[in-house]
Ligand binder design. Sequence first.
Ligand SMILES: [Zn+2]
Ligand SMILES: [Zn+2]
Length: 670
Amino acid sequence: MSEMFSIRLPDGSVREVEPGTTPADVAAAIGPGLAKAAMAARVNGEVRDIMRPFEGDSELALITARDEKEALELVRHDYAHVLAEAVQNLFPGTQITFGPATEDGFYYDFAPAPGRGPFTEEDLPAIEEEMRRVIARDAPLVREVWSRDDVRAYFEKQGEAFKAEWVMELPADETITMYRSGDWLDLCRGPHLATTGRLDPQAFKLTRVSGAYWRGDQKNPMLSRIYGTGWLNRKQLEAHLVRLEEAAKRDHRRIGQDMDLFHLQAEAQGSVFWHPKGFVVWRALEAYLRRKLDAAGYQEVKTPQLMDARQWEQSGHWGKYRENMFVVPDEVPNTEEEGPVLSGEGDLMALKPMNCPAHVLIFKQGIKSYRDLPIRLAEMGTCHRNEPHGALHGILRVRQFTQDDAHIFCRADQVIEEVRIFCDLLDEIYRELGFESYAIKLALRPEQRFGTDAEWDHAEQELREAVRAAGRATAEYGWEELPGEGAFYAPKLEFHLTDAIGRTWQVGTIQADTVLPERLDASYVAEDGQRHRPVMLHRAILGTFERFIGILIEHHAGRFPAWLAPVQAVVATIVSEADAYAREVVAALEAAGLRVEADLRNEKINYKVREHSLKKVPNLLVLGRREAEERTVALRPLGTDARQEVLPLDALVERLRLEALPPDLGMLGA
Ligand SMILES: [Zn+2]
Ligand SMILES: [Zn+2]
């Protein structure tokens, strides 16, 4: 008689099973409901196929749709396989490469058959149909362990050069597995669902196609990538499609154009042209932030755009960060017609990719005493980073950006208190800017790092304690620790905003750094009369103005609160007899500090309403003969359709003035 395996379940109970038993067998023994619901198994912490036999005594947890994260990843990976199988059924000669799960679905990269161009969106409906046929066939997805040479031989015979290349590069100690669905095979680590029929044929949709280089390298052949979104059931898919539609309506690029806020053009890849109306938003936000920082004891500075490469070498950026820097020779260009513009012999300078070293250089001017600390240096710091063109996205991902940056130089014993104060300031600012919910996460030590474990224990514990001291290490604040996600020199706190349609955006951050003060030899004189290193806290609240304004646009769908609105009111006449009075109304509003425009065109009022609604002007002030005679104004707030309220001019001016006060200066919505 063979030895039995002990299988321990999450409730602590233990079952003795024969070798060869699978998690599916255990599920069936517990009950038919669980057998049906179980999608995969967590065996000793690893997610595995439900049909894969135990290999010894094991801890077992069955994964069902309730374990949403794992379940979604499983079905998305399965959809990717089904997609690849469907494409090869429909387009013989297509080679398969990689097809992972993504955040909301999956993709698969193909090398189309010779002579056939890349896949297009017109191909997608037929591929979706074939995917449904593959799902309906309900073939078991069987894990098979193969030898490396057999895999290569198999793929070479199939004309699959990419897979044959890839298998030879897998680590020598890796178990090589193939997944079979009927006659179709893919090299894959798994895990997968038991059969293709476990997928809901109505819960996926192919969304788009794009090009992608084999293994992400532009020296390699260009592949054709097909993207899809995949879910556990049709209801989830539909909810996702509604979210996408909502997100498209809020797209900051489109709203930015409708409202005439900014534009981008190829001549300045990744740098924003702010139009007058867009820069009004920027200035209002910047002025607000400046008042908050002034009140919080920050001192604002401005530092050079260009610094010598030797300075970047000393700070460590030249070694670690150079590929993201724009380098400029310190040389007068040759003005002769002949010969190169640059000799190539000038010293190198670089545009700053971050403000930190320059702030250390300011700190180092003059002797600092322990009594001077903390010193909080803030800068609306414009930086450049050399991002590849393909990574750029509207104003959310750019190459030139302005951070709301600051560095707090403090003593080691001040770190917790300074981080706590920062948490409070940031909380106040997010709420005043209209974000009701955000999450705080602590990114812990990564695999590759500087410093000892004891130093990391200490640094992580300080950030944890600071958030606790601020009363925010709670579920309400989405408090969570993220193993492995810290920077190589320090752990960090991340602050993730939730927007009006539930998307999250990491914007704020703070981290304690002892490396840069060391590298750049910053010190203060302590109580003992000796030179000590300060701790440097790198922190941002908005992140960058460009991205944050992009987030504000999408969060508000362009309907900024009045204090941020580029135009706070439009005065629109119904008849030309009201023109003179309209000019008077505009003057009164401007005198009260409001941004106001007049629309005296000879157009129908409904036409004017539509146009200013598209531009998201919060208040439309309609004037006819009667209003002019009675010195009143008919107020139509944005989005309230035909509802309007008639007010005496003075009362209207006072109402709009109060409404347009920034949140730190007034009574928002009074
Ligand atoms: Zn796979
Ligand atoms: Zn910094």
